[in-house]
Design a protein around this ligand. Structure first.
Ligand SMILES: [Zn+2]
Length: 89
């Protein structure tokens, strides 16, 4: 069995940018997932309006992004293990 180091996936997920729209000026703001997890609110880059990060919508979006990235990482890991096993023949 070929083992692949996947310890970097958590850092990748934490660094993944999440986008959300300002309810005041409708500009799109972007913050790292890990950063958003530790905060309850932020200010719009464009107009400075307070943006609440703890809404159900945003939390669901964060969970979905994390789930997608983990599924992708598992797929890649499986494919890499498979190719390496073939090369080793
Ligand atoms: Zn704004």
């Amino acid at each position: 069995m070929v083992s692949i180091d996947t310890s970097g996936i958590d850092e990748l997920i934490e660094a993944r940018p999440m986008e959300f729209e300002c309810h005041s000026c409708h500009e799109t703001n972007s913050r790292a997932l890990g950063w958003m997890r530790k905060r309850h609110e932020t200010h719009c880059d464009s107009c400075g309006e307070l943006i609440v990060l703890g809404t159900a919508d945003l939390r669901a979006q964060m969970r979905n992004t994390e789930r997608l990235l983990r599924a992708l990482s598992e797929q890649l890991t499986q494919q890499l293990s498979h190719s390496r096993a073939n090369w080793a023949r």
